[in-house]
Design a protein around this ligand. Sequence first.
Ligand code: ATP
Ligand code: MG
Length: 419
Amino acid sequence: MKYSKLFGKTIKDSPKDEPSVNARLLIQAGFIRKEVAGVYNFLPLGLRVLNKISNIIREEMNNTGAQELLLVSLQNKTNWEKTGRWNSFDALFKVKSRYDFEYALGPTHEEVLVPLVNNFVNSYRDLPLKLYQIQNKFRDEARPKAGLLRGREFLMKDLYSFHESEEDLMKYYTLMKKVYKKTFSRLGLDAIETVASGGTFSEFSHEYQVVCESGEDEIIYCPGGDFSENVEIIENPEKLENKQCDLGHGPLKRVKVVEVGNIFPLMDKFSKPFNLTYKDKDGKDQYVSMGCYGIGISRVMGVIVEVHHDDRGIIWPENVAPYQVHLIHLGGVHLSTSEAYNKLVKARVEVLYDDRKNVSAGQKFADADLIGIPVRLVVSEKTGEKIDPAFGGVEWKERDKDKTEVIPIDQAIGRLKTG
Ligand code: ATP
Ligand code: MG
């Protein structure tokens, strides 16, 4: 991609009306633009990051045997009345048709999926079943001031599992705990598995929490990794806070966190109102046991920026970076830069090429740091001569390091291909 043609450029000053680090950097670097509070447009660079995050999650969910589908956003009010959530779900957006109906604008999808699954599940042979989607959710949040961390419209992966028994549900639930850890680590996030209340659903749930100053939640956890609990449910947090870890890992810590995902054993909470039953081996009707598993995809993008940045801009982890390499052309050797660009494209390296003619070197470097692509390659008269007079070398620099080195373009491609 040539930067001169890219829709969505960097801007000089960070937006003054955005209190959060993630929104300030993402807007300034040209990834997103605010529509209204808590609602953001994703520009081409931003969409590339969202897609990378989504694809990693998709791969991990598919590996557990789950199938992807796409459910509606305009949802049947009757089903929301059946579960009692038409009036009890605080953040529910209600949409009136000018003709007849009123709809729920989907904040979550139990009210859609459970009746749908009821059409297809009759016997124990139809179970287990795992279904998920990646889709925009709508919630009338009270304080949408944290950029992508809390949107009124946001992208979520929501997976729902359906089982014969609580035992089978808990087997999948335990697998999902492992899968979630792996997924967040692939996304460049150290997510702490945290015990939380199950609300009105179950005794407990698990949240995946990332330590972050701007987080709205608090956990008390053992840095050794064997304990973490949401402060909200702890009866006497001050007492626990000063305790030593039972396994000898030292004192427990109390920190601010952002929830990037959570998993819930729903049991028969939704099977009952929709009468979702199956015939067991003896021909007896039993309620289906359900679990649900969410990841906030656009929130993950915001959290990555909150934890991976410096005073110059974003530092994307490799797996989610919009491009693998940021190629910069300087001075009078335009031919060599184009050649380097063509070579990179041919080798299927994802490259953003700053081909702008009337922009200073300083500005190009500042933009590269702000955008945060993991590797910067510069072709200039200096690098061109050093390696090969016919073609030249490139200067290699990683976003999170100071060191630069000049190497042949083919060697740079080799490094980028092997990771
Ligand atoms: P929170 O506790 O942050 O309000 P939640 O417990 O209501 O979230 P779920 O309904 O379980 O969240 O949604 C699954 C995931 O979607 C959450 O773990 C979070 O990552 C993300 N999410 C929830 N609400 C928002 C929002 N308003 N904006 C962005 N992401 C969100
Ligand atoms: Mg929560």
